[in-house]
Write a protein that binds this ligand. Structure first.
Ligand code: 5GP
Length: 125
């Protein structure tokens, strides 16, 4: 069920629980501001989710309220993960769903990194 990205942060969302260590994840990368882990239902051979450790509902929320330090750390982490996974030469795709029209399901900002096969057209349908 897509979420309303304008609602306040829900501390019980699944990624908040992963950040608190209440649920496991297959960790790919971690630093002071960022955690990245494999998607539980991968849609490509590489499907990594990158999340800020701060409580941000969406890209909209993060870009408005995130500190410059958090935003820089997040952007640099996405690039670093892709480089470390060897994705730059073959190519990869970043995706962030924001709110209902995009079908965002988890109300904590996440960027998807897809790679490992031809990824097809930019949008389905
Ligand atoms: P969205 O549709 O919100 O952009 O993407 C949410 C993503 O989170 C989906 O790709 C879904 O497979 C993934 N996901 C949902 N629950 C879990 C979980 O408990 N662990 C992990 N690793 N991924 C999850």
């Amino acid at each position: 069920m897509p979420i309303d990205a304008t609602r306040p942060y829900d501390e019980s969302n699944i990624f908040a629980r992963i950040l608190r260590g209440e649920l496991p994840c297959s960790k790919v990368y971690e630093d002071e501001h960022v955690l990245a882990f494999n998607d539980i239902r991968p849609l490509a051979p590489t499907h990594v989710l990158v999340i800020p450790k701060g409580a941000y509902v969406s890209w909209d929320d993060f870009s408005a309220r995130g500190s410059d330090e958090e935003i820089a750390a997040f952007v640099r982490a996405v690039g670093r993960i892709a480089r470390e996974q060897g994705l730059v030469a073959p190519g990869y795709r970043l995706l962030a769903n924001i709110g209902e029209a995009a079908g965002q399901e988890v109300p904590h900002l996440h960027v998807h990194i897809f790679a490992g096969r031809g990824l097809g057209p930019m949008l389905a349908g």
